[in-house]
Design a protein around this ligand. Sequence first.
Ligand SMILES: [Mg+2]
Length: 152
Amino acid sequence: MYEEKENPTDPKAGLNILIAEDEEYNYLFLSEVLSDYQVNLTRAYNGKMAVDICAKDTSIQLVLMDIRMPVMDGYQATQLIKQQRPHLPVIAQTAYAMEADRSRALEGGFDDYLSKPLRKADLLKIIDQYAPENCPLREKTPSIVSGREGLE
Ligand SMILES: [Mg+2]
């Protein structure tokens, strides 16, 4: 027996992540890695969509933001999102792994930075780090420990 929040089939149970990514392959990689975890993914295909979704959907808890996207890039989108929701964690994902780009990403209002090609371990670590305390990143199959927590 688990509390409702422990039920992996409950769509409300997981962490609500917005992925802003224009390239199909990159999105599929992210959704594949996260398919083992209790997350609810929303996708934006450009920065403008990401801004609009964050404004309308207050349940979004974390954003993975591509830098290079059509219509509006990740820098501009993040600035607009942060004006509305300064505490919403926004993680940049960019092909540029150079230190200067990391600095630019952090100056640009991102909370942190993932360089492409993304590595599964880095992705999971950073999501875990920025997930809200009351909604940590959890695997879909509840462990015995989490089941006990659910019974308390
Ligand atoms: Mg892109």
